[in-house]
Design a protein around this ligand. Structure first.
Ligand SMILES: [Mg+2]
Length: 298
């Protein structure tokens, strides 16, 4: 299947020129799609699943720098190559600072330079994607890591306040995890953490986010969820983890339980640290009440 490149340019001639250049590429063939204005271009870039984007500087009354900033702010990771009629070094630097991976001056583009630039942007885009993955993922479990969780939580608290969409923060802690490490060794502990991570992930919806935020501590963000719905969801997590003993190799199967605490934003807290505190207090209450259970903030 051909990989798709989006050209955002208000000049039909540029589209025809680019199309002709694509036809004479020597390596991989790409499908070229065209958008001739800012709004349509941005919308298609954000949901179009394009391999890369060629973006014009002058887009009617608006400009490509503004479009890159808007796209990046909305989480767009599509590699962007900036096209401009200007040879000004300022535009060059501004484009790269805004998030473009390369920069071409329209009058100087040849099929070879365009092909090379696209190939370079694709390769760099892949590398950046891998780095992003490493930077946001917990290596042992494949879940989001603490840093990414903190970032998402702040974003969700903001959203909950602005749009009055509640969400629930659930904190989970493995009961007596230290004993597993002490009695069966760290590889067994790691196997338990991986299995628990998989069970939690399997028990929540795809819109929810799951992170490992400490040694044996996990967090789940249940989106668009009320406290009542959260109680049921949290109880499901307790059950799915304790449902079956976990195999840790050598035929050893260990019964594992978790304690769970939950709090709702913005009902219980209007900022991240306070929300974590509220959920953590609930988790502590669940531990004190005998572990292997759910407690929610009140
Ligand atoms: Mg233009």
């Amino acid at each position: 299947m051909l990989r798709r490149i989006l050209l955002i340019d208000d000049d039909r001639l540029q589209f025809r020129l680019t199309h002709r250049m694509f036809d004479s590429f020597r390596g991989e063939r790409f499908e070229l799609e065209w958008s001739d204005n800012f709004e349509d271009g941005l919308a298609r870039l954000l949901k179009g699943n394009y391999t890369a984007c060629l973006l014009d500087y002058q887009l009617g009354p608006r400009d490509g720098l503004e479009l890159i900033s808007a796209a990046v702010a909305q989480g767009c990771h599509t590699p962007i190559v900036f096209l401009t009629a200007e040879t000004s070094a300022n535009v060059d630097t501004a484009a790269m600072n805004a998030g473009a991976l390369d920069y071409l001056v329209k009058g100087e583009i040849t099929p070879r330079s365009l092909e090379r630039s696209l190939r370079y942007a694709l390769k760099l885009g892949d590398t950046l994607g891998q780095l992003r993955q490493l930077a946001t993922t917990d290596q042992l479990t494949g879940l989001l890591n603490r840093r990414e969780f903190d970032r998402l939580l702040a974003e969700e608290v903001e959203r909950a306040l602005r749009f009055e969409h509640p969400f629930v923060l659930v904190l989970l802690d493995l009961d007596h995890f230290k004993d597993i490490n002490d009695q069966h060794g760290h590889p067994a502990g790691d196997a338990v953490l991986r299995t628990v991570a998989a069970r939690i992930t399997g028990a929540v919806r795809t819109i929810d986010r799951v992170a490992r935020i400490g040694g044996e501590e996990f967090a789940v963000l249940l989106m668009e969820t009320s406290l009542e719905e959260a109680a049921a969801a949290a109880q499901r997590l307790v059950e799915v983890v304790r449902g079956e003993p976990i195999s840790v190799g050598d035929g050893v199967r260990l019964p594992v339980t978790i304690s769970v605490g939950g709090a709702v934003a913005p009902t219980h807290a209007k900022e991240s640290a306070a929300l974590i505190q509220a959920a953590d207090n609930a988790l502590y209450a669940a531990k004190r009440a005998g572990r292997n259970r759910v407690a929610l903030a009140s």
